[in-house]
Design a protein around this ligand. Structure first.
Ligand code: ACM
Length: 247
């Protein structure tokens, strides 16, 4: 889809949720470019730096200002001649944090370089946020790292295609006592069908809300980010203190 068309769809969705006075909106992976970028040359044309000076992140910042909210979105990041499949936390004042996808899926490996900044945790209005992207769902160590670094909520921008990923994410929430929001895509690109079912899971693994598989959807809901701060599971067990780190 051309950027102008994508922009109109995003603007309408952000308007609908922005009217509800929310703190944070989460968009899918590579939300401005589409998933299947056909070549390195095409990627060069659509990628932009993480500092917020490019077309897409600047526009996202404007949307944050209009609606007095923050937005987390996937985007194609350029850093000189290196490209990352990234997500950014953006507020009215600009880009507040960036995550570079650690685990690249299929043809992404021909275009992007795997992330080199680990899993940053960013404090925003007293809540500690971490970001992971799509295929990271398959790597428990990424979720653990975010949680041991103190994340209260993990925002998971996605273009999921495998049908069991959403279920795996519920396990990551349970094992790390951390809330997770997955913003996933619907529809098709070439031979890929995206699985939708965007979801919010609380820190006890309860599925608070889940979208449809095949139609666009946005929803507004509340989570309690402080649920994640207490890792005890019984009077004598704590999910983090009980880890056997010497194995
Ligand atoms: C994926 O990582 N976009 C499947």
């Amino acid at each position: 889809m051309a950027w102008e068309e994508t922009k109109q769809e995003l603007q309408a969705a952000l308007q609908r949720v922005g009217e509800k006075k929310i703190a944070l909106a989460v968009l899918p992976e590579l939300a401005s470019t589409g998933y299947l970028i056909p070549s390195k040359d095409a990627l060069k044309r659509v990628a932009e730096p993480a500092d917020g000076t490019g077309t897409y992140l600047k526009w996202i910042q404007e949307q944050c200002a209009v609606h007095s909210m923050d937005i987390i979105t996937g985007f194609a990041e350029s850093h000189g001649e290196t490209f990352y499949n990234s997500s950014a936390l953006v507020g009215p004042e600009g880009v507040l944090g960036v995550y570079r996808k650690l685990h690249l899926f299929s043809e992404e490996q021909d275009l992007f370089t795997p992330g080199n900044h680990g899993v940053p945790v960013i404090e925003r209005h007293g809540v500690r946020l971490a970001m992971l992207i799509c295929y990271d769902w398959a790597f428990p160590e990424a979720w653990r790292l975010a949680a041991v670094k103190g994340a209260d909520v993990i925002l998971h921008c996605s273009n999921l295609v495998l049908p069991y990923a959403q279920r795996a994410v519920i396990g990551h929430a349970l094992c790390n006592r951390v809330s997770i929001l997955t913003a996933n895509r619907v529809g098709e690109e070439k031979d890929l069908t995206f699985t939708g079912q965007s979801q919010a899971v609380d820190a006890f693994g309860n599925l608070l809300i889940q979208g449809p598989t095949a139609s666009t959807w946005e929803s507004v809901f509340e989570i309690d980010p402080m649920q994640s701060r207490d890792k005890s599971v019984t009077a004598r067990n704590d999910l983090f203190a009980d880890r056997r780190r010497s194995l």
